[in-house]
Every structure is written in structure tokens, then in C-alpha cells.
Design a protein around this ligand. Structure first.
Ligand code: SER
Length: 884
């Protein structure tokens, strides 16, 4: 039975039993601390914990999951996959233990012809928590399982929680007996290889307040309702149903093993180590496929790092199988073919997925070579049994992209260990440095207690979406982190108001500017930041009078500045939408900056934009301006906002109710707290200025917006006009004319260089003919005049030296390169044996020229400043010869 069919049977069974079929959530968890979804229940946590009312009483899903803590076990056991699918059925305060047990038993034992999975009931076992005797009775009452195939176990196996405070409860697990060929008798407590766990029924009734480990946690009380959360391992059921030995040999995975075997020419099943490598390859390639499919890109942290590690481990395993060429292009399509029955989106999006994966392999192969050399050198130095220093491991990680685990693996293959602690402390230092840098930039290292105290009396009200000015009262003044009771002319302080129309910098939008005035008081707002959430602090320079807490003021935003910032922010949404239209939905936002006249937008994408893409994006954004879309906003619960298609910034924590900015209905919908224009025509022109890479897999576009965009284009038009006049061609012909001029210029330069060389060659004949004898040394000195570069002088000198037939020869020549003298001196063996070294001689000459030089005894070179003293420089060489 194919894996996709087991999945279908599952969903159908539970749907027929009143469950709503819920699609798998992305493998990326909403919770940044757990990185990936590790269980089917994760997307239902708000309902299970009672935090939100469940929209359905019963649900079922097949969830994509990634767990990598046991990555070292992959391929070595029957059942450790970094990617797996968890089939789940859930009850939110509806049915409880009895029905959960009955449903599981029915689906497992029912005949295939009736939609079941047809497991032999005589081979099924169950485990129950030893404090949960009630569940044993329910098993006996609801199923035909005999008492002797139900075993008690402790919290280690039969209590389930997520590892975090939240819902948890006893569980009951179902095992399948593979038979005596696989291990000893005695049920799951005796052997978990023979008895394979296939399904976990969790009876969620407690709320945990603290979780210290699997078995060490505090129960705060009962959940508002009793819930069911079950998880069946789809891969495990598949391998049992398909009659193969392990999860790597099922229909969704095995084709990649076959491809790895074909590529390497090694048979699967012939060698234990090779088999493990092929399973690692198949597992990791599949995981990478799914993870990239859900939008993760390789990187050095978090999810990106896990993806990188998976791909690199796969490539590395293929190398150990003897394949050094790129392998991912051979393996990834095979994995996609095997997975597309269940996940058609992998095929639809394969173009993008494969580009990301192939680029990662290419990058890795480049560094693998140099990193391997570095490692091999270190291994040689420490010898077998030695330990590689932490800084080598760090360099391998930092500059060669070796995940530490790869270094550990490769080191152990050579019989050496690695100072992991040293490595980790270097990594920590690097992180601390980065954090300190970030803090220093934001000035956030300051003590925030003065602001926190103000916040204790309540947040400040922001009225700036609707108003550009407001009457307000000064709640406090803060200077250098401490509360102050007055500020006077010339002071710069942070002013906190009860109400403010000023937008504090956030979401990439720069703060408003403007004025705050009061009775005899005037201050200019330089910046607005919220050092603690909910408390905008206006950094003001006092221009007149003085101010104290409690004073009444009038706060007024500079409307032109605000309007221009709003233009830029709306332009960012338009460009974001245009990018996604052109590049696909995975060009997700990675950061932005909006300030009057300018916007910058960072997004995840592996490649540079082609000129055609760039034009298309610019066009789409400007068409949206022309279409004069309405810009509106509404407040929605986070989930509803996301369901409505609003884009959220990846990894950002949002409040439970969010503001959604909508431009032109489906055109653009984003979670955003920024200020915007009312209609897109107000944005004015958007002109893309540049496109560049900012770190791996992230690109940045910059654009001028509104009047600035227009003025920039107008400036360029003026430049083009003057070029067109200068070149006497219409503007459209300027590029062609410039290119032809450049061609001719290059040609002319080539001719000049050739002529120069011919002149130098001719001079060589003179130089050979006109030597003088200084104490038995033949000396030739030449002023070459202008030459193309120092190389001409050098070839002249060596040429002359080779052509003079004498016992001892010294040749010196000076040419000028761009007005500066360039000196070369050669001394042959005869001259060197008389103590004349070219390096010394050239120094003498260069001293005369106000410069320096040096080189080997036979040939040396230098330069100077003063071309007028070239004769003296050559004389100095002659003098030095005479002295010797
Ligand atoms: N949450 C339980 C598990 O992950 C059952 O779904 O095993």
C-alpha cells in the first residue's frame, strides 16, 4: 500500500467519523523557539490549551514534521527520519479516551476492502501509564485486545507534553509486533525494535506550568476541557504495510537510495556503512526538498542552518560513496517524483526549490575542497589520537561553511578528536560581539528603568494615523537614562507625552519630525523611538524657553516629511507585491527602510534580478500607482489576518490583534503598523535605483519615490542630453556611440603600447652598443622616457643584459610611468661576484629620485618622485660600481 494511500485512508476514516480535515501546517513552526513543527498537534495548541475556542470539535490532519536532534541516528535504525509525517486525530472537549481507543483499533484492524489498514489484531500491543488504570479497562471494553498485551510504563514513555509549559497528559501507545525474527519476546517494554510503536494516543487533560525535562514538570491544574491528540507515524505504518525493513525503503524514500546506488556504482545491501550513507542521502534530500518547499533558505542560523546541514551531510555522504561531482541535481528530482503524489506543490514549485538546493551544493563544493585541505593539514599536525584545536574548527565553520558536525565526522574518520568546547566558546564570542555591535548601534545598552517607570502609569496614546497634531501633556523628561525635572534652551532630552501624533521609528519607517510647543516653549523633534514598547520618546532639542513634567503642549508633525515617508512606505508595499508577482511567493520580505523620497527592501531570493525582471517589477509597481488603488486598514485577530492572506514578516512576533494594510484588494495585504498614503496615485513615480546582494540568499532593491524619483530621472535626462550633444547623435544612439568610441580608444591604446615597445626595443640596440667599462664591469645606463608600465623597463633591462657579452655586466634603465620614474637594475653573475647586487644598486638610484626600491641580487626594481633627477640616479649606480 503506497504511503499516499495510507494517508488517504486515514483522512477518509476520520472524516467519516465527524472530523474536519485540516491541511498540514507549514513545516516551519509559528513559534520561533521550536523552529520546525515537531508534531501534528502544534497548530492546534491554542485550542488544546483552551486559549482560543476551537472552530471545530473534531479535526484530523497529516502534518509535515521535522526533528533533527537524532540526526546521527539516521540510517542506522529502522525509524529515525529527519522528515516524517504524523497522522493525527484531535478532539477539543468532544470525545475522550474511549472513542480515541475505539477509532484507533477500528482503523488499524479493519479490512482493506472496508477502508482499513488490515493489521493483524493478534500482533498489536498497547502501553498505558501506570497511574492510569482506567485506560486499561477502556482497552478491554472497546477492543478485543487481551489483558496480557497491555503493559504499564512510566512517565518517560507514557506522559506527553511539548517540552514547554502548556497542555499535556497521559498517553497510551500502540505497538506492532514484527515477530521473533526481530528480537526477544516480552512486548514493547522488552524490545522496541521488534515491537514498533506506530500510534500515540494522548489524553490531554492537564495544564503544565513548568517543564524541566521529559519526566520533570509541574502540573498547574486541569485544562478547561479534556482533549484528544493522537499521532500515528505514517512512515512507520508505511514500512510495515509495504513489507520492507525500515522507513528508508518505503515508496517515498527508496527511489533516492536507488539513484544514489546508480550514481556511485555501489549496490545497496552489500556493505553496512554504504547502506547507512545511502539512507542518510535519501532521508536528508527528502527533508531538504520539503523544507525548501516551505520557504526556508540555507543559512548559518536557526532553520537555515538545519537545512544547510542536511544538504551538506547528503553531499558529504555521496562523497564517501565515491561521487565527487554535484549530486543534488540527480537526487532531488527523484525525491520530488516520489513525494508529489502527496505534495503536488513540490512539483509545481520545483523550479525554485531546485535552484535553491543546487546553489547550496555548488557553494559547498567550492569550500569543501579548501576546507578539506585545512582539515587534512590539522590532522597531520596533531597525528592519530590527537585533538584539533577549536580555532581550526571555528575557521572551518566561519570561512569554509563546515557545520561543526561535519568537522566532527571528518575528524573522527581520521581518528582525531576536536576541541568542541574551544569551538563553542569562539562561536559564543562571535555572537556576543555581534550582539554588542547591534546594541551599540541602537544605543540600547542604556538603562531603560526611567522609561519603564513612566510606562507603569500607562502607555502613551498614538493618534498619528488620523491626526498630525494634538494637544498633549508632558508625562516625563529623560536625559542620559535618568528622569529629569526640567529642560531648557540648548538641552537635548527625551520627552514623553500622554498623547502623540508622532510616529516612532518601526517597521522600517523612519520617525516623524516636527515641533512641540507650549507656553513660552519651543522644541524641535529630532527623532522618536520607543525604548520600551508602548512609550514613544521624542528626542527634542529645546529651541526656546523651558519645560517640565505636567506642562501642556501642542505637538505638531511636519506634514511634508510625514507625507513623503508615507509615500515611501506605500511604495515598499507596492514593490513587495510586484516582486512576488514576478519572482513568486517565496521572495519573502527580510527587512525594509522607508524614508522621505527613498525606500529599500530586502527579500529572500538566490539570484540577481535580470534587467528584464527589474523592468517588469518596476513596471508592475508603477502600474499600481497609476491604477490609483484605495489604501485602507483594519484590525483583525492575528490568525484571521493571516488567513485573509495578509503577509507577515518572517520570524517577527506579532500581537494577538494586528493592523492589516490593504492596497487595492488582492494587490497587496500586509500586517503593518506604518503610515500610508490614502490612494496609490499619491505615491508618485517609483524608480528602481539598484539591486544587490546583502548576504547569502538575500537581495536588496532600492528605489527613489515620488518627487525624488522624478527629479532623479530628470537629472539623468539632462546628462543624456548633454552626452547626446557632445557625441552629436540622438539620445537613443548614445550607448552604441560610446561603445564604439571605447572600442576605438582601446585600439588606439594598443597601438601606442606597440609603438612604445618598438621604441624600447630599438633603444636596446643602442644600449648594447654604448656601454662603458667601470673597473672591469660593463655598465649600460639608459633613460627610456615615457613607457606604458614598469614591465617595459624590466623587459628592456633583461633584454640588454642578455645581449651584452662580457665577464661582468650591470644594466640600469629608468622610464617614466605617468610622470613618475621607474627604475630597474640587473647585475649578472660576474658583477655579483664582485659584490655588486642589483637590490643595492637600485636603492642608490631610487634615493636620488626621492623614492625606494629593492629586489633580488640579479634583478631589482624601484621608483621615485623626481623625474628631473634621472641622470643623477643613473650616475649614482655608476658611482656605486666604481666604489666596488
Ligand atoms: N503529540 C503526540 C506526539 O507527538 C501525539 O500526536 O507523539
Amino acid at each position: 500500500m503506497r504511503t499516499a494511500e495510507i494517508r488517504e485512508r486515514w483522512l477518509t476514516f476520520f472524516e467519516e467519523n465527524g472530523h474536519t480535515v485540516v491541511p498540514s501546517a507549514s513545516v516551519i513552526s509559528d513559534d520561533p523557539s521550536i523552529l520546525f513543527n515537531i508534531a501534528g498537534m502544534v497548530q492546534f495548541i491554542p485550542y488544546l490549551s483552551g486559549r482560543e475556542p476551537a472552530p471545530f470539535a473534531r479535526a484530523t490532519s497529516v502534518q509535515k514534521c521535522v526533528r533533527t536532534q537524532d540526526i546521527e541516528e539516521v540510517g542506522k535504525t529502522t525509524r529515525h527520519g529527519t522528515f516524517f509525517q504524523m497522522n493525527g486525530n484531535f478532539s477539543f472537549g468532544d470525545y475522550f479516551k474511549a472513542d480515541a481507543i475505539r477509532f484507533a483499533w477500528q482503523l488499524l484492524t479493519r479490512a482493506e476492502s472496508e477502508g482499513g489498514l488490515a493489521f493483524d489484531p493478534d500482533r498489536l500491543w498497547a502501553t498505558v501509564h501506570h497511574d492510569d488504570a482506567e485506560t486499561v479497562d477502556l482497552w478491554l471494553e472497546q477492543t478485543s485486545i487481551p489483558r496480557e498485551r497491555i503493559q504499564f510504563r512510566g512517565s518517560d514513555d507514557n506522559f506527553w507534553h511539548t517540552g514547554q509549559p502548556g497542555p499535556g497528559g497521559y498517553c497510551s501507545e500502540i505497538y506492532y509486533d514484527r515477530g521473533p525474527g526481530y528480537g526477544v519476546e516480552g512486548g514493547p517494554v522488552a524490545d522496541e525494535d521488534r515491537y514498533i510503536e506506530i500510534w500515540n494516543l494522548v489524553f490531554m487533560e492537564f495544564e503544565l506550568s513548568a517543564v524541566r525535562s521529559k519526566t520533570d514538570f509541574d502540573i498547574k491544574g486541569d485544562l478547561p476541557a479534556k482533549n484528544i491528540d493522537t499521532g500515528m507515524g505514517l512512515e512507520r505504518v508505511a514500512f510495515l504495510k509495504q513489507g520492507v525493513e525500515n522507513m528508508y525503503e518505503i515508496d517515498e524514500v527508496f527511489p533516492v537510495i536507488e539513484a544514489a546506488s546508480r550514481l556511485s556504482g555501489r549496490a545497496y545491501g552489500a556493505d553496512g556503512d554504504d547502506d547507512v550513507r545511502m539512507r542518510v542521502v535519501a532521508d536528508h534530500v527528502r527533508s531538504a526538498l520539503v523544507i525548501i518547499g516551505d520557504g526556508v533558505r540555507p543559512g548559518n542560523e536557526g532553520r537555515g542552518y538545519i537545512l544547510r546541514r542536511l544538504l551538506r551531510r547528503a553531499v558529504r555522504a555521496m562523497r564517501l560513496l565515491g561521487v565527487t561531482e554535484p549530486v543534488v541535481p540527480h537526487l532531488l528530482p527523484v525525491s520530488m517524483e516520489a513525494m508529489k503524489a502527496s505534495y503536488p506543490e513540490l512539483e509545481a514549485d520545483f523550479d525554485r526549490i531546485s535552484r535553491v538546493a543546487y546553489a547550496e551544493e555548488t557553494a559547498f563544493l567550492r569550500t569543501l575542497e579548501s576546507g578539506t585541505q585545512l582539515l587534512a593539514g590539522a590532522v597531520d599536525r596533531v597525528g592519530t589520537g590527537g585533538a584539533i584545536a577549536g580555532d581550526i574548527a571555528f575557521a572551518l565553520h566561519d570561512t569554509h561553511g563546515f557545520p561543526i558536525d561535519l568537522t566532527l565526522e571528518m575528524a573522527s574518520e581520521h581518528g582525531v578528536t576536536v576541541d568542541e568546547e574551544g569551538f563553542r566558546s569562539l562561536m559564543q564570542e562571535q555572537r556576543d560581539r555581534a550582539r554588542a555591535d547591534a546594541r551599540a548601534k541602537k544605543g540600547g545598552a542604556a538603562d531603560l528603568s526611567a522609561y519603564s517607570q513612566l510606562l507603569d502609569d500607562g502607555a502613551s496614546e498614538f493618534v498619528g494615523y488620523d491626526a498630525l497634531s494634538a494637544d498633549a501633556r508632558v508625562r516625563g523628561l529623560v536625559s542620559d537614562g535618568g528622569a529629569v525635572d526640567r529642560a531648557a534652551v540648548g538641552d537635548t532630552v527625551d520627552l514623553v507625552l500622554d498623547v502623540t501624533p508622532f510616529y516612532a521609528e518601526s517597521g522600517g519607517q523612519r520617525a516623524d519630525q516636527g515641533l512641540i510647543r507650549g507656553d513660552g516653549f519651543l522644541a524641535r523633534v529630532l527623532d522618536v523611538q520607543a525604548p520600551v514598547k508602548g512609550l514613544p520618546a521624542h528626542r527634542v532639542e529645546v529651541l526656546d524657553g523651558e519645560i517640565a513634567p505636567g506642562a501642556d503642549v501642542f505637538a505638531e508633525v511636519d506634514s511634508a516629511h510625514r507625507f513623503a515617508a508615507a509615500q515611501a512606505h506605500s511604495a515598499t508595499h507596492l514593490v513587495h507585491s510586484a516582486l512576488r508577482t514576478v519572482l513568486g511567493p517565496h521572495a519573502v520580505q527580510a527587512g525594509s527602510l522607508n524614508q522621505p523620497g527613498y525606500m529599500r527592501f530586502d527579500y529572500a531570493f538566490p539570484d540577481a534580478l535580470t534587467p528584464a525582471m527589474r523592468a517588469e517589477i518596476e513596471d508592475a509597481a508603477n502600474i499600481a500607482v497609476r491604477d490609483d488603488f484605495d489604501v485602507s486598514y483594519e484590525y483583525l485577530p492575528l490568525d484571521e489576518a493571516k488567513r485573509s492572506g495578509a503577509l507577515a514578516l518572517f520570524g517577527e512576533k506579532y500581537p494577538s490583534v494586528v493592523r492589516v494594510v490593504d492596497i487595492g484588494g488582492p494587490f497587496s495585504r500586509e500586517l503593518c503598523g506604518g503610515t500610508h498614503v490614502a490612494r496609490t496615485a499619491q505615491v508618485g513615480p517609483i524608480s528602481l535605483l539598484s539591486e544587490a546582494s546583502v548576504g547569502s540568499g538575500t537581495r536588496r532593491v532600492e528605489a527613489a519615490v515620488g518627487l525624488d524619483a522624478f527629479r532623479g530621472l530628470a537629472r539623468e535626462r539632462t546628462i543624456l542630453q548633454s552626452l547626446s550633444e557632445m557625441l552629436k547623435v540622438p539620445g537613443t544612439d548614445v550607448p552604441e556611440r560610446v561603445s564604439s568610441l571605447l572600442g576605438r580608444l582601446k585600439e588606439a591604446e594598443r597601438t601606442i603600447a606597440e609603438l612604445g615597445r618598438a621604441r624600447v626595443l630599438a633603444a636596446a640596440a643602442d644600449a648594447v652598443a654604448n656601454t662603458r667599462d667601470i673597473g672591469g664591469v660593463r655598465f649600460s645606463a639608459t633613460e627610456l622616457g615615457d613607457v606604458a608600465d614598469a614591465g617595459d623597463v624590466r623587459s628592456f633591462v633583461t633584454d640588454v643584459r642578455n645581449r651584452i657579452d662580457a665577464d661582468a655586466v650591470v644594466v640600469a634603465a629608468v622610464g617614466t610611468v605617468g610622470g613618475k620614474p621607474s627604475v630597474v637594475v640587473a647585475a649578472d653573475e660576474g658583477a655579483q661576484s664582485r659584490g655588486l647586487r642589483a637590490g643595492d644598486l637600485v636603492k642608490r638610484a631610487c634615493t636620488e629620485l626621492g623614492g625606494g626600491g629593492g629586489g633580488k641580487p640579479d634583478l631589482a626594481q624601484g621608483g621615485g618622485q623626481d623625474a628631473a633627477r634621472i641622470p643623477q640616479a643613473l650616475d649614482a649606480v655608476a658611482t656605486a660600481i666604481a666604489e666596488a
